[in-house]
Ligand binder design. Structure first.
Ligand code: PEP
Ligand code: MN
Length: 273
């Protein structure tokens, strides 16, 4: 693929991206937490539940890109503070979305990793700003974007001196309506043959349905992904955003066990990536 300078795969090998004690590109990284930080009680309960299920990292949105301006927009700065507290209490590094170039420095004061959401993959001003930050970046694929456009967005971040980019396949728009998006798992091996960057998947936004998340997590392992990010809520029925795709702690813990089992089977046998 032409024009990729910093993200392409060459003799220097694959990138590893460190976020505190977690390394993307080494083993299978599981990131979990609620779609949105809703309250201190909700965040703490969920954080402790994902920690006890052995998640590696915590997620939670403080600035939410919602389809309607009348829906819950996130707690903003208060949400960042709660997320930080949950990370400190559980010892899990935290990732959260930043939507505005003016907020990058402030969000970086609370988060260990900055997430660029699907709707902002083409926001070049934002990509440059997160690239200047000393925090690594989780770059979601634009829902209407090709793999080439996505990798070029990673170049924007890296060309500003970023400490690291992890790609996230979160589903693209197709004519299908039963699923919220179409999780493009072929993007995983495609990216791995083009790019040195670690790639994880998001089966929560990729399907929009709790019943489909476990099989898509396992399929992500089989596809060669470096990890997954999934939405978990201590009480899914009360979730203020993305309720239909919120796993409860028990469902999440089952997924973790199976995903790790499949990954270790693959590492040992002839299935090695
Ligand atoms: C999210 O992870 O909460 C989110 C909004 O994801 P996406 O940008 O992939 O829709
Ligand atoms: Mn969500």
């Amino acid at each position: 693929m032409k024009g990729l300078k910093l993200s392409s795969l060459d003799e220097s090998g694959r990138s590893k991206v460190k976020v505190g004690p977690v390394t993307f590109g080494e083993g299978f990284v599981i990131v979990a937490g609620p779609c949105s930080v809703e309250s201190e009680a909700q965040m703490m309960e969920t954080a402790h539940s994902v920690k006890s299920a052995s998640a590696d990292m915590l997620r939670g949105g403080a600035y939410k890109p919602r389809s309607s301006p009348y829906e819950f927009q996130g707690l903003g700065l208060d949400g960042l503070k709660i997320l930080r507290k949950a990370g400190d209490e559980t010892g899990l590094p935290v990732v959260t979305e930043v939507m505005d170039p003016r907020d990058v420095t402030m969000v970086g004061e609370y988060a260990d990793m900055l997430q660029i959401g699907t709707r902002n993959m083409n926001n070049f001003a934002l990509l440059k700003e997160v690239g200047k930050s000393d925090k690594p970046v989780l770059l979601k694929r634009g829902m209407y974007s090709t793999i080439e456009e996505w990798l070029n967005s990673a170049e924007y971040v890296l060309s500003e001196g970023s400490s690291g980019v992890v790609l996230c396949e979160r589903g693209i728009k197709t004519h299908e309506t039963y699923t919220r998006n179409t999780l493009d798992l072929s993007a995983v091996p495609a990216v791995r043959e083009l790019s040195r960057l670690p790639i994880i998947t998001d089966p929560s936004h990729g399907t929009g349905r709790t019943s489909l998340i476990a099989p898509m997590c396992l399929a992500s392992v089989a596809s060669g992904a470096d990890g997954i990010i999934v939405e978990v809520h201590a009480h899914p029925e009360d979730a203020l955003s993305d309720k239909d795709q919120a796993l409860d702690p028990e469902q999440f813990s089952g997924i973790v066990k199976k995903a790790r089992e499949l990954r270790s089977f693959m590492e040992k046998g002839s299935m090695k990536r």
